[in-house]
Structures are given as structure tokens and as C-alpha cells.
Design a protein around this ligand. Structure first.
Ligand SMILES: Nc1ncnc2c1ncn2[C@@H]1O[C@H](COP(=O)(O)OP(=O)(O)OP(=O)(O)O)[C@@H](O)[C@H]1O
Ligand SMILES: [Mg+2]
Length: 250
């Protein structure tokens, strides 16, 4: 089957000389439709940079990114934004919610930008917030929410346009275990619908849901583990291969 996401020779360096940081260094990646890929690694190893490159939020210094058979790394900012809106849900590590908008309005915004009616956007946002356990917080501003609640609003916003591909950067990083369970349930439902997920995480519960786990070190892929292969749509928290995750939560 054709890969939904494909990257080759991906490179992003910062600075020069002694200050050079090889944030992403000649990375190759192919993600099949319906696959869940986990990306783990120490702080600063390049996980967020990689995710930004894959989502067209940053441009590589070298290499290519293809999404659904289309090369996307050289797109103009407008074209990249349009593509993201239609095809990719992105959960930022630092949320990036709009401070002046309520939780519900933040979630509705990408739907409105994609041309959805106000009524449909509102209905969809309300449903997602409900599933995130935030039904009672829809009218709150981000400043009136806890870090974990803001994070769940960010997850809901990433899903409002029904993306084929979800790129999530530490989506449970600020959540207690009950709230993380809400997010994991939602991800399991997305998997069951055949969606593709690339999730950067320090959380072994999240990593344990992946079909494949990639460990990054100094901007490169250091290790790749195929976790217990489950039939697509099996959902749930696969226990297979969890031994490979020991020490992840350290
Ligand atoms: N704008 C920038 N300018 C210079 N260096 C940067 C910039 N952004 C990131 N870096 C460096 O690139 C490397 C990779 O950063 P990145 O944010 O991708 O790490 P990460 O794996 O996501 O870390 P964490 O787990 O802490 O989120 C780090 O060493 C960081 O200091
Ligand atoms: Mg990061």
C-alpha cells in the first residue's frame, strides 16, 4: 500500500560552527495508512523538530516530505496551511491556543477556516470537547483552564477537521492518568477508524499503543521496535512489546 507519509534525507540544523545543532540529521521515514508510529528519545534529541518538518510547519535544510503521494516540503506558507487544515491534525507540545477565544471557539476555528458552517463547527467542537471530558469547560478561556485541560482542547482542535493524519507532540505530557485515559481512548477510536498517527511521547502508556516505536538520538533514528502487531481496528492498549519500553518514564 502506498505510504501516507514519506520522508527521505530530512535534515534541519540550527546555528553554525561550534554552536551547530543537528536537530534532525538525515532521517528517512515511511508511515503506512492506518499505522500508529511512536517517537521517543531524550529531551532535545529532535522529536519536535521532526514533527514540525513532517507537518509542514518548518522547512527542512535538505530532504523531502511527501504526503499522500504529493511532495509538500517546498510548498508556500499558504499552500502548506491549506494542506494542514484539510489533511493533518497537529497537537503542539505547547498547545498554541488562541488566548482570546474560548475552548469551544478554539476548537471550532480550524473548521470555520476550512469553510464549515458555524452550526456544524459548533456541533463538532462540542462533541469533541465532551469526549475529552471538557463538556463543562467549553466557554472558558485558555487562561481559565488547567494545563491538562488546555492540552485536551489542543487535541480536540487537531481533530475537528477529521484529519487522515494526526501528528501529536507529547499529547499527554500534562495530563493525570484519568485525563490521559480519555486521550488514549480517543486515539484508539481514531486507530479503529483507520487513521494514521505519529505521536511523540515520554509516556509508556501512549508508546505502548504504537505499531512501531522509533527512538531518536542526536537528531537521528537510533532504534526501531515493531510492537506486537495487532490487526488494524483492534484499538485498545496493546500489551505486546511493552518490555521494550522499560525505563521510558524515567
Ligand atoms: N530555533 C532553534 N534554534 C536553535 N536551536 C534549536 C531551535 N529549536 C530547537 N533547537 C535545538 O534543536 C534540538 C532539538 O530540539 P527539539 O525541540 O526538536 O527537541 P525535542 O526532542 O522535541 O525535546 P523535548 O523532549 O524537550 O521536547 C535541541 O537541541 C534544541 O536546543
Ligand atoms: Mg519537543
Amino acid at each position: 500500500m502506498e505510504d501516507i507519509l514519506w520522508a527521505r534525507g530530512l535534515r534541519r540544523h540550527y546555528g553554525t560552527g561550534r554552536a551547530l545543532v543537528r536537530a534532525v540529521d538525515d532521517v528517512d521515514l515511511a508511515v503506512a495508512p492506518g499505522e500508529t508510529v511512536g517517537v521517543v528519545g531524550a529531551s532535545g534529541c529532535g522529536k519536535s523538530t521532526l514533527l514540525h518538518l513532517l507537518g509542514g510547519l518548518d522547512r527542512p535544510d535538505a530532504g523531502e516530505v511527501w504526503l499522500g503521494g504529493r511532495r509538500v516540503d517546498g510548498l508556500s506558507e499558504t499552500a502548506a496551511a491549506r494542506l494542514r487544515r484539510r489533511e493533518i491534525g497537529f497537537v503542539f507540545q505547547s498547545f498554541h491556543l488562541v488566548d482570546e477565544l474560548s475552548a469551544a471557539e478554539n476548537v471550532e476555528l480550524p473548521a470555520l477556516l476550512a469553510g464549515e458552517s458555524r452550526r456544524a463547527a459548533r456541533r463538532r467542537a462540542a462533541g469533541l470537547l465532551e469526549r475529552m471530558g471538557l463538556g463543562g469547560r467549553a466557554r472558558h478561556l485558555p487562561a481559565e483552564l488547567s494545563g491538562g485541560q488546555r492540552q485536551r482542547v489542543a487535541v480536540a482542535r487537531a481533530l475537528v477537521n477529521d484529519p487522515r493524519l494526526l501528528l501529536a507532540d507529547e499529547p499527554t505530557g500534562n495530563l493525570d492518568s484519568a485525563a490521559a485515559t480519555d486521550v488514549l481512548r480517543l486515539f484508539a477510536a481514531l486507530r479503529a477508524e483507520g487513521r494514521t498517527l505519529v505521536i511523540v511521547t515520554h509516556d509508556s502508556r501512549v508508546a505502548g499503543t504504537a505499531d512501531r516505536l522509533i527512538t531518536m538520538r542526536d537528531g537521528a533514528f537510533a532504534d526501531e521496535t515493531v510492537l506486537g502487531a495487532r490487526p488494524p481496528g483492534a484499538g485498545g492498549l496493546g500489551a505486546g512489546g511493552l518490555g521494550a519500553l522499560s525505563g521510558l518514564e524515567a
